[in-house]
Ligand binder design. Structure first.
Ligand code: CDP
Ligand code: MG
Length: 135
């Protein structure tokens, strides 16, 4: 059993596809363990995306991820981290196949609907960041 931190980003919430996106995961035998709606602060966004702080897209990424409500989840299941990344599709929606979340709902390489942890280490770090004190 693995856990992953998944975020339905502001474009997913404003397009009203939160329910549809959760269904992609549930249909692949994954479990929604935790779920909350929140607006990500600049401070939390900086911590979450710390690995990208020196990239040219960082400022744009911060603007986007803090621009509106998001749905944050802990999702568990067998091989959950890779499974979730496969269900999401590649970072750039233009390269994502139909049937993946980014292929079906993504706009561009920044505005790409979902986040999913990329490793066990990232998942542990991100779950701690978003569900402090296990709440
Ligand atoms: O989210 P993922 O792990 O697939 O991609 P990433 O390389 O870790 O990048 C994190 C996020 O930064 C992406 O999901 C995009 O929202 C954004 N990004 C961007 O705006 N421009 C890029 N060239 C690459 C990523
Ligand atoms: Mg990433």
């Amino acid at each position: 059993m693995e856990k992953s931190l998944v975020i339905i980003k502001p474009d997913g919430v404003s397009k009203k596809v939160v329910g549809k996106i959760i269904t992609y995961f549930e249909n692949q035998d994954l479990n929604i363990e935790k779920l909350k709606m929140m607006k990500i602060s600049r401070e939390l966004a900086c911590k979450h995306y710390n690995e990208h702080r020196d990239k040219d897209f960082f400022k744009q990424l911060l603007e986007y991820i803090t621009s509106g409500n998001v749905a944050v989840m802990v999702i568990s299941g067998y091989n959950a981290i890779k499974k979730i990344r496969d269900i999401m599709g590649p970072t750039d929606p233009k390269k994502a196949k139909a049937g993946t979340i980014r292929g079906d709902y993504g706009t561009d390489i920044t505005v790409n609907v979902v986040h999913g942890s990329d490793s066990k280490e990232s998942a542990a770090r991100e779950i701690k960041l978003f569900f402090l004190n296990n709440s």
